[in-house]
Design a binder for this molecule. Structure first.
Ligand SMILES: Nc1ncnc2c1ncn2[C@@H]1O[C@H](COP(=O)(O)O)[C@@H](O)[C@H]1O
Ligand code: PRP
Length: 330
């Protein structure tokens, strides 16, 4: 007599829709931002255990099946940068070993981006090393915002969506109805970014500061190219780190007759003594986004923090639906 197997029968699963396959997980760098992105997408953040062993090593475990899923891992590699980066690598590796179909590293702030080339002999190009590590860990795609240098996209041989925080900053500026604006690039490296910003502000005039660095983390402003006298100057940059660039730039603009000075930057890195410099009164307002979380003790009167969560959420949705990302920025 032939006996049938007693294994439980499993009926064929109904086809999984693209929406069902989307999974979002957050590293520890910016959970509030990841929660906002999840809310925009109408899903919950995936369950994940993150902890540190007694010896300091990190442990990550994804707590649901992600087999065949398109997984998005949100982790800005802000300070403490080495921990955040390592956590991202471990998350990617865990997802790859759990048979995720596609892993996208969502990196709102890409740390080590300023080490993008050799500026002296015997240096590392750490931005490229980071790209190698992320790719080797198993990421199949990157989504990043306002890279310090756009060339970093080329350090990856996997699809890379580079998006801009500028629509969020521009919407906010437009709501202030400022008049007589001149957009200012605080250094030569930021001219393309400032020019694009000025274009979106009704082709506002552009001015450029000639900044030099005699040593790491020391900014010295030399000259101003352009006219700011009697105008509202809007300094535009990718990041504010120690705020030497922005505060020295703002002082120069005041000396050159600017009526008021605003600062706009996507990434609030805020290393000491940034807060003292930014809150000294030289700036009317400092407008940043939440790609990096701004600690409560780092908030000051002139600071405005805008959210890029909807922008990132919309980008993730478009990537997932195979629709255009660049059309969001036209
Ligand atoms: N994290 C960093 N903070 C400050 N300066 C840095 C960092 N990483 C690299 N650098 C240095 O910045 C310049 C890069 O000059 P660019 O004009 O932005 O290319 C270079 O001296 C790096 O060693
Ligand atoms: O707040 P801070 O400590 O001054 O640092 C932030 C500044 O440093 C970076 O520029 P960088 O000096 O690397 O020049 P670049 O834009 O010409 O590359 C960045 O784009 C900001 O301008």
């Amino acid at each position: 007599m032939i006996r049938s197997a007693t294994l439980p029968l499993s009926l064929p699963e109904p086809p999984v829709s693209a929406h069902d396959r989307l999974r979002l997980f957050s590293g520890s760098a910016n959970v509030p931002l990841a929660q906002e992105v999840a809310r925009y997408l109408g899903i919950d953040l995936g369950p994940m255990v993150r902890k540190r062993f007694a010896d300091g090593e990190l442990y990550v475990q994804i707590q649901e099946s992600i087999r065949g899923c398109d997984v998005y891992l949100i982790q800005p590699t802000c300070g403490p940068v080495n921990d955040r980066l390592m956590e991202l690598l471990i998350m990617i590796d865990a997802c790859r070993r759990a048979s995720a179909r596609q892993i996208t590293a969502v990196i709102p702030y890409y740390g080590y981006a300023r080490a993008d080339r050799k500026t002296a002999g015997r240096e590392s190009i750490t931005a490229k090393l980071v790209a190698n590590l992320i790719t080797e860990a198993g990421a199949g795609r990157i989504l990043a915002m306002d890279l310090h240098s756009a060339q970093i996209q080329g350090y990856f041989d996997i699809p890379f969506d580079h998006v801009y925080g500028s629509p969020v900053l521009l919407d906010y500026l437009a709501s202030k109805q400022l008049t007589d604006i001149v957009v200012v690039s605080p250094d030569v490296g930021g001219v393309a970014r400032a020019r694009a910003f000025a274009k979106k502000l009704g082709d506002a005039p552009l001015a450029i500061i000639d900044k030099r660095r005699q040593a790491h983390n020391v900014a010295e402003v030399m000259n101003l190219i352009g006219d700011v006298s009697g105008k509202t100057a809007v300094l535009v940059d990718d990041m504010i780190d120690t705020a030497g660039t922005i505060s020295e730039g703002a002082r120069l603009l005041r000396r050159e007759g600017a009526r008021q000075v605003y600062a706009c930057a996507t990434h609030a890195v805020f290393s000491p003594p940034a807060i003292e410099r930014l809150s000294s009164g030289v700036l009317e307002e400092v407008i940043v986004t939440n790609t990096i979380p701004v600690l409560e003790e780092n908030r000051f009167k002139q600071l405005t923090v805008l959210s890029v969560a909807n922008l990132l959420g919309e980008t993730i949705w478009r990537i997932h639906e195979d629709s255009s990302v660049s059309s969001m920025f036209r």
